[in-house]
Design a protein around this ligand. Structure first.
Ligand SMILES: Cc1ncc(COP(=O)(O)O)c(C=O)c1O
Length: 501
C-alpha cells in the first residue's frame, strides 16, 4: 500500500495527509463514532480504512496525542481521551442590553446596517483607490526585506517608527509646516487620528464646529462621542466666515476642517480663506483640526499653505497615505503642538500599545526611495483625466439647473441638483439601476436630506464612468420631473391651509 500522491508532506500550501487523517478521526470522535474512553481501532485497521501506510497513521496518532484527543497506555493500547466529561457550562445568556455601555449604544446607532455589495454595479460611491492600481509588487519586496529585521517584529514606540516620523516631518516641513518627529504620532489611518482627538477632547454634550457638509466618518465618530455639532456652511472659498464666527462664539472644543479637496464637496479652500479662518479661530482661542487626507492629490494649479503652516500652535494636522497610495497598510499621522501630541500618544498606547513597526518601516523605505512620489505622478495623471471626464459628463447629462464645479484634485465631485429633488431617493433609484452613489444628506451634520450627490471617481474611469454618469443623469432628470409634479400639490396644500385659516 502506498500513500496517495497528493499527500506530499511539507509541500507549501498543502495539508499533509497525516493531518487530514487526524482531522477525520477527530470528526469521528466528535460525532460519537469513537466514544470517549473506548479503544481506538488498531493502527493497521486505521491504515486500511484510510488507505495509507502505517507510518502515516502513526504520525496522525502523534498529532492526536499532542492535541489531547487520545491517550496511550503502557501496553500500547490507544484510547479516546475523556476530555468532555465536564461538558460546557450552560446558563442564561448574558444580557447584552443590560451590560452594554452608553458609548456602544451610540456607536451602533451610528454604524447602521451597511448596504450589501452589488455585483456588477458601477461604483461612484467609494472613496478608495482601486486595488489594481496599487504598487503591490514593489511594496511586497520592501516588506519582505524589512521583515527580516527582528527588531521590527517587536513592539515599537507608541509614537510610531522613528525613521518614518522623521521622513514625514521632513515632507511636512517642505510644505511649510514646522513639524518635528518628536511631535508627530503615527496612527492607524486618519480615522484613528480623529478618534483619538475626539476622545481626548470631547465629553458628551461638548460643542464641536464642523463644516456642513462634512466627512460622514467624522460625523459618525463625533456623534458617537456625544458631541453637539455646530455646522458651518461652505461658500465658493471654503468655510463661510460669518457662520464660522458664530460657531466659534459658542466656544467649541475644536473646529474640524478639510481644506484640501474637501470630502464631500471636493472644494479647495483658498489661501485667503485659510488665513481668515485660522485668524478667527486663533482669536477665539479655538483649536483647529486640519484633516489633510487628500493633500497629495492636487492635479491643477497650486496648493495653498496648510493651516498648520499659518498658526502651528493652534492647529492639529492629520495626514494619511490611504487615498494616494493604499488604505490597507493603515498609516496616518498627527502633527501638532508637542504637549497635545504626547497626550494623544499616551491615549493611543493605552488602547493598542503601538502600530505595526514592520509596516511603517516598509512604508518609510517606499517614501525615502521615491517610490511613493513616482506612484503619485501616475495616480494624478489618471485622476486628472477622470475629473475632467466626470465634470463634462455631468454638465452634459444632468438636468437644467444642476451645479457642479470641477475640483482641482481629490477623488470626489459634488453635484447640486435643482431644489425639491431628494438626494436620498435619487441614490436609491440609482442603486436599483446598478449605479452606487452617495446622497448629500449622508454628509449633513443634521442628517437632513438635500438635493445633492457626491460622486467618487476613485473606482471608475473612461467609458464606464461616462456610462454610469449618463444613467445617473437620466434618473436625475426623471427625479426633477417628479419633483415638479409634486411641487404644485404642495403649493395647493399651502393655499388650502390658508383658506381654512
Ligand atoms: C476626510 C477623511 N478623513 C479621513 C478618512 C479616513 O482615512 P484613513 O483611511 O486614513 O483612516 C477619510 C476616508 O474616507 C476621509 O474621507
Amino acid at each position: 500500500m502506498t500513500d496517495r500522491p497528493s499527500a506530499a508532506d511539507g509541500a507549501p500550501g498543502r495539508i499533509p495527509l497525516y493531518r487530514t487523517i487526524a482531522d477525520g478521526i477527530i470528526r469521528d470522535i466528535r460525532r460519537g463514532r469513537f466514544q470517549e474512553g473506548s479503544r481506538l481501532p488498531a493502527s493497521r485497521a486505521l491504515a486500511r480504512t484510510h488507505e495509507v501506510n502505517r507510518a502515516t497513521v502513526h504520525q496522525a496518532l502523534q498529532v492526536l496525542k499532542r492535541e489531547g484527543w487520545i491517550e496511550t497506555n503502557k501496553g500500547g493500547g490507544t484510547r479516546v481521551a475523556r476530555r468532555s466529561l465536564a461538558g460546557p457550562m450552560v446558563g442564561p445568556a448574558p444580557s447584552w442590553d443590560r451590560i452594554s455601555s452608553a458609548l456602544l449604544g451610540r456607536m451602533l446607532a451610528e454604524a447602521g446596517v451597511p448596504d450589501g455589495p452589488l455585483d456588477g454595479a458601477h461604483d461612484l460611491a467609494r472613496l478608495a483607490p482601486e486595488e489594481k492600481e496599487f504598487p503591490a509588487e514593489a511594496f511586497a519586496k520592501v516588506l519582505a526585506d524589512v521583515a527580516r529585521d527582528g527588531a521590527l517584529l517587536a513592539y515599537g514606540s507608541p509614537f510610531g517608527y522613528r525613521p518614518l516620523r522623521e521622513t514625514l516631518a521632513a515632507r511636512l516641513e517642505r510644505r511649510g509646516v514646522p513639524a518635528d518627529a518628536d511631535a508627530l504620532l503615527i496612527v492607524n489611518g486618519a480615522q484613528q487620528g480623529l478618534d483619538l482627538i475626539g476622545r481626548a477632547l470631547v465629553d458628551p454634550g461638548d460643542a464641536v464646529a464642523i463644516e456642513s457638509p462634512s466627512y460622514s466618518g467624522a460625523l459618525s465618530l463625533l456623534r458617537a462621542q456625544g458631541a453637539r455639532l455646530l455646522g458651518v456652511p461652505l461658500d465658493a472659498e471654503g468655510p463661510a466666515m460669518e457662520p464660522l464666527r458664530s460657531a466659534l462664539a459658542e466656544r467649541p472644543k475644536f473646529f474640524y476642517t478639510i481644506p484640501d479637496f474637501q470630502n464631500p464637496t471636493g472644494l479647495l479652500a483658498t489661501a485667503a480663506r485659510r488665513r481668515e479662518l485660522v485668524a478667527a479661530a486663533t482669536a477665539a482661542g479655538v483649536l483647529v483640526v486640519e484633516d489633510a487626507f487628500d493633500a497629495d492629490l492636487l492635479v491643477e494649479g497650486e496648493l495653498p499653505p496648510p493651516l498648520a503652516a499659518l498658526a502651528p500652535g493652534h492647529v492639529v494636522h492629520i495626514g494619511t497615505i490611504s487615498k494616494a497610495l493604499f488604505p490597507g497598510v493603515r498609516v496616518g499621522w498627527i502633527s501638532g503642538p508637542r504637549e497635545f501630541v504626547h497626550r494623544l500618544a499616551a491615549l493611543k498606547r493605552i488602547g493598542e500599545l503601538t502600530s505595526p513597526p514592520v509596516l511603517q518601516a516598509a512604508l518609510n523605505v517606499f517614501l525615502s526611495r521615491g517610490d511613493y512620489d513616482r506612484h503619485l505622478l501616475r495616480v494624478k495623471a489618471r485622476l486628472k483625466a477622470r475629473l475632467a471626464l466626470a465634470h463634462k459628463t455631468v454638465l452634459r447629462s444632468f438636468p437644467v439647473g444642476t451645479r457642479c464645479e470641477r475640483p482641482l484634485g481629490g477623488w470626489v465631485l459634488w453635484v447640486d441638483l435643482p431644489e425639491d429633488v431628494s438626494g436620498r431617493e435619487l441614490a436609491e433609484a440609482a442603486r436599483g439601476a446598478g449605479v452606487l452613489v452617495s446622497p448629500g444628506g449622508d454628509y449633513a451634520p443634521d442628517r437632513a436630506d438635500v438635493p445633492s450627490l457626491r460622486i467618487s471617481v476613485a473606482r471608475s474611469s473612461g467609458a464606464e464612468l461616462e456610462k454610469a454618469l449618463e444613467s445617473l443623469g437620466v434618473l436625475a432628470r426623471a427625479a426633477v420631473r417628479r419633483a415638479h409634479r409634486r411641487a404644485p400639490r404642495a403649493e395647493e396644500r399651502r393655499e388650502e391651509a390658508l383658506i381654512q385659516i
